[in-house]
Design a protein around this ligand. Sequence first.
Ligand code: NAI
Ligand code: MG
Length: 348
Amino acid sequence: MPKIVTLPGDGIGPEVTSAAVEVLREVAPDITIEEHAIGGGAYDAYGDPLPQRTRDALQDADAVLLGTVGGAHTSPWNNLPRHLRPESGLLALRKALGCYANLRPVRVQPGLEHLSPLKPELARGVDILIVRELLGGIYFDGDRKIEGDTAYNTMRYTTAEVERVAKVAFWAAEQRKGRVTSVDKANVLEVSELWRRDVQALRDREYRSIHLNHEYVDSVAMLIVSDPARYDVIVTENLFGDILSDLAAVIPGSLGLMPSASLGDGPGLFEPIHGSAPDIAGQGIANPAAAIMSVGMMLRHSLQRSDAANVVDRAVALALREHPTRDLGGRADTRTFTRAVLEAMGTP
Ligand code: NAI
Ligand code: MG
């Protein structure tokens, strides 16, 4: 029986997570769900934003469903030393789970094209999956130093690191349109030369049904907003992926529509990309769609239940059309929206 650890966290985290858990219980009643503390609330209760009892619970978990962490900028949490602040709990969690592939789907739901800052004819039908390498590259590996008026960071990747994240991208593309765009800067960077060579070799060896092409990151930055329909799965290294995924996040038009998954050798981590939204916390009006779609990703990527994932995705799309929340210009509150999702799944 799979075990899921939920970490609701702070602000609207508990509101959207409890909506997501309702949906998970409905679609997968055999799953064990265990709730634990993270973030500012965990610091208040245990003096640690990622308490030992939470770390212990991760040991035998199959997947983790995270809400959000952090307070308003007036929160006393912001005066704590950095390692005790809510956000450190999140960074420690990602590190503890060893998640090397971050997946962010960027979709414009039918009927919600008007929310996108793109022209409707460009926004219509956008369905991209960005796979970002999350544990290597210039943010983590290699030498770094700042000394006087000179500073440097080194970007380093190994074939093994490139291949494991590329496999996730190829695997995902097999369930989608079968197209992968690998993004690099191979015209100037040695690391990109290795990246391109290894991604291509893996495709030629093990994923011949996938259509793979290579594009430069600067060109993708332009095309992802001017011609998003050209992309199915995008795979790229840590720094490029950080920037491109935030850029692409503007396309759907609301943070409340952006789920994410982080996969590695241990349990997968699933979370909405939005923050704790202190301005609306406690009012019951947060949009739980991103958290519920994160459950869909968990069913697909960690629990191998793609039928159940499809049920959730379809129900969310229907609920978005018929009961849009306030961030989408509608009137539905968290409760109403969640009920609409449950109903669309065929339950009262
Ligand atoms: P935010 O994402 O919390 O909010 C930005 C704006 O979007 C706010 O107006 C908020 O009301 C709205 N919003 C966000 N999610 C929504 C939802 N599901 N439904 C309806 N409206 C929604 O970003 P902000 O204000 O910069 O950060 C607030 C706190 O969250 C900070 O403490 C920050 O550190 C933390 N944070 C946590 C993240 C995480 O847990 N992964 C990610 C980003 C920020
Ligand atoms: Mg970022």
